[in-house]
Design a protein around this ligand. Sequence first.
Ligand SMILES: NC(=O)c1ccc[n+]([C@@H]2O[C@H](COP(=O)([O-])OP(=O)(O)OC[C@H]3O[C@@H](n4cnc5c(N)ncnc54)[C@H](OP(=O)(O)O)[C@@H]3O)[C@@H](O)[C@H]2O)c1
Length: 210
Amino acid sequence: MAAMGRPFIHINFAAEETGVEESPQGFSGNVSCHDDWRRVHLLRERYDAIAVGGRTWNLDRPRLSVRAERLGREPRRQPVRVIFAGSQPCLVPPTGTAAFVVGNCRDPGRGATALSMRGHDLRAPLQSLYALGVGSLFVEGGPTLLRSFFSQGFADAVTIFVRAGTAEAAIREARGRLGPLPGAFSARLFGEGFLLEAGSAETGMAAAAS
Ligand SMILES: NC(=O)c1ccc[n+]([C@@H]2O[C@H](COP(=O)([O-])OP(=O)(O)OC[C@H]3O[C@@H](n4cnc5c(N)ncnc54)[C@H](OP(=O)(O)O)[C@@H]3O)[C@@H](O)[C@H]2O)c1
């Protein structure tokens, strides 16, 4: 990854077998189970930065932090926050960890640095983030931003937890939410549902660090 001048990118999402109903989902929390929250916070701790889309930021106000109550111990470090805002206005409160707002926003507030992006082209902002020290990025949604990462080929590892009764239902739900998933992926029983996985965070992170 290092040679390409962009961070290692891990896409994460949580979904629920819904049938026909199409209500908006809350930021992972309403969908993930205890085991999945712990998995997500362990991952957050290992990545340099966590990213969400502008709509998720404005609707849910996620903290984008690693929390002791999810880990069962004090976090070793906190990731930098990244908001892919696009044309959405985004205000970011200072929390003690750095934040970057990617898009048209000129004044994201004292808590953040603005990075420009042409349309939804992720290449330049990913290169900028990399140059600013973000070697690995954990992208947590929502679906619009994730589809964009997939369609532009920026997904080195993917994990999707689906609260579903069968692996088939989990895969169907993930595809319904996010469109075609990149590459080959596996499905295994996990917590109160199934975990779909593609790529390897372990190998990729090691490569990014070398
Ligand atoms: N289940 C989960 O794991 C999970 C996780 C996170 C969020 N969510 C839920 O997802 C919902 C929000 O998702 P969403 O799909 O509506 O919004 P989103 O993906 O959070 O944000 C979409 C916005 O991001 C901006 N953006 C910036 N860079 C982009 C790029 N390269 N490609 C595409 N868009 C880019 C776009 O703004 P412009 O088009 O204006 O430029 C777009 O409107 C919320 O209900 C939230 O609770 C669920």
